[in-house]
Design a protein around this ligand. Structure first.
Ligand SMILES: Nc1nc2c(c(=O)[nH]1)N[C@H]1C(S)=C(S)[C@@H](COP(=O)(O)O)O[C@H]1N2
Ligand SMILES: [Mo]
Length: 319
């Protein structure tokens, strides 16, 4: 076994004290909150004691040499200004509403056009490949951006494990969804579960990261615990959070934002300062924590690694 693979089980990284405290907290909440927000607290209480995780330290990861050297965005900004519509549509909603999201146990199903369909538990995912800390720029379609020390490994490791058949030309991602755990989702105005997809060559690209942590710890719930994608050359909505299903398919899979608003959001969603969103410019962006806007870079600054995948494609049509 590779020595760099951390020898720890995913349940070990969530300290016992955390379970116990959260359990007490939840029982208190169910009792006192019942009168005001009965249904919400009740549904949480009914699904049993919390077994979710709060961020716990990760170790045994190496530092990726090609990381950007731009200043890292303060963790506080990255964990309180989020898009995770399952937990509400305001930027502050996910950090406020995902506190009790249960992420253990967790299973990701790998299926479709593969020789080896698999059910991976979090422990399997943590050990599949050596963990790396990669500092990537991340650009939301709404023109804000962040620089984050993500922890994970190339998604291609999952592809190699599953052995897709020659029919597999795309990968479809599906996020966890439960109305009981995500009551705010009812008024989000988009369909759930959240689905996304990549063409096979994009999914194979070494930059496409299967992400299990950030800032030296496991992922906070609002950032997509326990496992999400991070695709740094594409707008943020391509990077689905809290993954439960990875399906290899023949045809371009449906994706949540292009289902909801097809004229505004396309399948490719490559960061492109020259192609505006119908309702705003994509030429500049606001880095969280900074006052002045900055120019947005083609492919978010990752052209050298990704531009060749799109030669001959009209990026205005395939936006
Ligand atoms: N399941 C799910 N994944 C999601 C979203 C979502 O609403 N649900 N929002 C997307 C959008 S629009 C962005 S910009 C990023 C935000 O990631 P962050 O909150 O960790 O910065 O998550 C993406 N992944
Ligand atoms: Mo986004």
């Amino acid at each position: 076994m590779d020595k760099r693979v951390p020898q720890l089980s995913y349940s070990e990284v969530t300290p016992k004290g955390v379970y116990t405290n959260r359990r007490n907290f939840l029982f208190g909440l169910a009792a006192t909150g019942a009168a005001v927000s009965g249904w919400k607290s009740f549904s949480r209480w009914m699904s049993g004691p919390a077994t979710g995780s709060v961020p716990a330290p990760l170790s045994g990861f190496t530092k990726w040499p090609d990381s950007t050297t731009e200043p890292i965005t303060p963790e506080k900004d990255v964990t309180t200004y989020n898009n995770f519509y399952e937990f509400g549509t305001d930027k502050g909603d996910p950090s406020a509403n995902a506190k009790n999201f249960r992420t253990t146990p967790w299973t990701v199903s790998i299926e479709g056009e593969v020789k080896k369909p698999l059910k991976l538990h979090m422990d399997d995912i943590m050990k599949l490949a050596p963990l790396e800390e990669r500092i990537y720029r991340h650009r939301c379609v709404e023109a804000w951006s962040i620089v984050v020390p993500w922890i994970g490994y190339p998604f291609s490791n999952v592809i190699k494990l599953a052995e897709p058949t020659p029919k597999a030309r795309y990968v479809a991602f599906e996020s966890y969804y439960s109305m009981g755990q995500m009551p705010e989702s009812v008024s989000a105005g988009i369909p759930f579960p959240y689905v996304e997809g990549l063409r096979m060559d994009e999914a194979m690209n070494p930059l496409a990261l299967l992400c299990v942590g950030m800032y030296g710890e496991t992922l906070p719930n609002q950032d997509g615990a326990p496992v999400r994608m991070v695709i740094p050359w594409k707008y943020g909505f391509k990077s689905a959070k809290s993954l439960v299903k990875i399906r290899f398919v023949k045809n371009e899979p449906p994706t949540t934002w292009s289902l909801a608003t097809p004229n505004e959001y396309g399948f490719y969603a490559n960061v492109n300062p020259h192609v505006d969103h119908p309702r705003w410019s994509q030429a500049t962006e606001r880095r969280l924590g900074n006052f002045f806007r900055r120019p947005t870079l083609m492919f978010n600054g990752y052209s050298d690694q990704v531009a060749s995948m799109y030669t001959g494609m009209d990026l205005r049509k395939n936006f």
